[in-house]
Design a protein around this ligand. Structure first.
Ligand code: ADP
Ligand code: MG
Length: 355
């Protein structure tokens, strides 16, 4: 039985466990994604059975549960099969061919010295381990479109994976994830046919679906008495209007809870959600922007950060000059920050959403 004093003292608190609302929390249940999770598991099942799995591409807008669903399946696959080595890579974090191969080697238990070794050497090492250990690597490349934004053809790593059998004598299972609709158009036919045997689309969530998602998280995150009835429907409605983004819905719920906590309120109420929404920059902020500006803003927001060349590429119907003007205006309104850094190929302009 729960200690009664712990219970009494806890009753005054809003959160039971706010970690459940953090972006890196991996939910144990994912309402309205059972079908997609099954589809992914079906595609990957070959890997667990010592056969070839179906490589797949997962598409869909931000906050539709792509990353979490894939991580969920990879975790289960690892529990189920000793042979499989699941490797999750976010291509914003490892954005070069070299760093991706490095991560693969590392996941296979190979220590790569700091001084670094050449790509060929890493490739060789990976081949050696795989031959020796009879492992079946399954690699998820999240935000894979990032590989195409560099001038150094980092996307070549996709060729490496496509011809893994030649290169490493072992097939790699590949799950590519992207929210870019243009991704497929950038892929060469040969790669497409070997890396994408199946496509799965994740749709935006409806308000009802968002409500279920929030409910399942709120049960763990809040004490049962600390949410007023209208809070979840309101968070769901707001997020539904903003592209059905579950990330926003959960973030709103968390921020609303923090507002209530700060005010020492008994419960989280409607006003807290409204304030939270202002803080995350909802409607109000959006209203100041028009047409193309808003599109540019939404694109940067979706990515978190982009380089200027990515922006030019995305809005190539506009002149670079007018894209620069949008950036200048967004910056003067305080929505974004612009930072110049020097990369291998010269100056890189990073554009980020202001937090
Ligand atoms: P994407 O990769 O499509 O942008 P994520 O998988 O990162 O989306 O999901 C964004 C957030 O929403 C994460 O915190 C995730 O836990 C949560 N989420 C998304 N879909 C669901 C769902 N069906 N059930 C529970 N939580 C979800
Ligand atoms: Mg994601």
């Amino acid at each position: 039985m729960e200690n009664i004093f712990r219970k009494i003292s806890a009753e005054k608190e809003i959160f039971r466990d706010e970690r459940v609302l953090m972006p890196d929390y991996l939910p144990e249940v994912m309402p309205h994604r059972e079908e997609q999770i099954n589809e992914i598991a079906y595609a990957l099942r070959g890997a667990a059975e010592g056969k070839k799995m179906e490589n797949m591409l997962i598409l869909g807008p931000s906050g539709t549960g792509k990353t979490s669903s894939v991580k969920y399946v990879l975790k289960q696959l690892q529990e189920y099969s000793q042979r499989v080595v699941p490797i999750y890579i976010n291509c914003w974090e490892s954005s070069t061919r070299h760093s991706i191969l490095n991560s693969i080697a590392y996941s296979l238990g190979e220590f790569i010295p700091r001084r670094g070794i050449s790509t060929d050497e890493i490739t060789e090492k990976i081949g050696e381990i795989l031959k020796k250990e009879k492992k079946a690597p399954v690699i998820a490349l999240d935000e894979v479109d990032r590989l195409f934004t560099s001038q150094y053809e980092e996307e070549k790593v996709l060729y490496d994976l496509a011809r893994a059998k030649e290169l490493f004598s072992v097939d790699f299972g590949v799950v590519a994830i992207t929210n870019s609709n243009e991704f497929l158009a950038k892929l060469d036919q040969r790669i497409k046919s070997s890396l994408i045997q199946k496509q799965l689309f994740f749709k935006q969530y409806s308000p009802i679906e968002l409500k279920d998602i929030l409910k399942s998280r709120a049960k763990l995150a809040f004490y049962s008495e600390s949410l007023s009835e209208e809070v979840i429907p309101l968070c769901a409605a707001r997020a539904a209007k903003n592209n059905g983004d579950a990330r926003l819905a959960i973030n709103l719920l968390w921020k609303a809870g923090k507002m209530a906590e700060r005010e020492n309120a008994e419960k989280v109420a409607e006003e807290h959600v409204r304030k939270a929404f202002e803080e995350v920059g909802g409607e109000e902020l959006h209203e100041k922007l028009d047409g193309k500006e808003r599109e540019v803003y939404d694109f940067i927001k979706e990515k978190g950060e982009v380089t200027s060349s990515e922006l030019y590429e995305k809005f190539k119907d506009e002149s670079d000059r007018s894209v620069r003007n949008y950036v200048t205006r967004l910056r003067s309104l305080g929505f974004i920050t612009v930072e110049d850094t020097v990369g291998k190929g010269g100056k890189i302009r990073m554009i980020k959403i202001k937090k």
